[in-house]
Design a protein around this ligand. Structure first.
Ligand code: 5GP
Length: 174
């Protein structure tokens, strides 16, 4: 599969403008809190790196990596392959995701974090594909709602490629 330039869905400047808005909103909402941003590896890394620089209040950064495996049942099972090392006592955790599709990953993640007893848990996702949802999840901050298409770029991959694109593109077989 190859990318052609006409498949750009969200441009670099649209992304950067939206991230400045999200950063300002998060800074305001968590002014009196104890903000801890949790980056979901690997897809959210680019979004995470830009977003933290648009947040003007003190914050901590943590990272988690998930893997899904299919044991023949649907949907596939999800587990943390790199879990949280820090103490979540008193932390207002904001999960930073690249995209919410069926919702299974986020559902797992919110439960995982809640079990560590933080002060609060909320979610910020750059992209949301609501038409694909299978489980109901709450996304407190959404960058962009997108249609049902497979997208790459700005951290999102296809076979570990395309993460370095500064924009979001639809991956079309050509
Ligand atoms: P969910 O559990 O919500 O179905 O899926 C979440 C994960 O699936 C995302 O974190 C991402 O890794 C992957 N994913 C879902 N849709 C897309 C997409 O359009 N493009 C890419 N690159 N990954 C996707």
């Amino acid at each position: 599969m190859k990318l052609d330039v006409s498949s750009i869905l969200i441009t670099e400047s649209q992304i950067q403008e939206r991230i400045r808005e999200l950063g300002a909103q998060i800074s305001k909402d968590y002014e009196a809190g104890n903000l801890m941003l949790l980056c979901v590896l690997k897809g959210a890394i680019v979004f995470f790196a830009d977003l933290i620089r648009c947040i003007s209040i003190p914050l901590r950064c943590e990272f988690i990596q998930l893997a899904s495996y299919n044991d023949g049942t649907e949907p596939s099972q999800i587990r943390a392959i790199q879990g949280l090392s820090g103490n979540l006592n008193h932390a207002d955790v904001l999960i930073i995701e690249d995209i919410v599709d069926t919702g299974h990953t986020l559902n797992f993640l919110v439960d995982y974090v809640k079990r560590l007893k933080p002060e609060s848990v909320k979610v910020c996702s750059l992209l949301d594909k609501p038409s694909r949802r299978q489980v109901s999840v709450t996304i407190d901050y959404v960058g962009f709602e997108i249609p049902n298409a497979f997208v790459v770029g700005y951290g999102l991959d296809y076979a570990q490629q395309y993460r370095n694109l500064p924009y979001i593109a639809i991956l079309n077989p050509v």
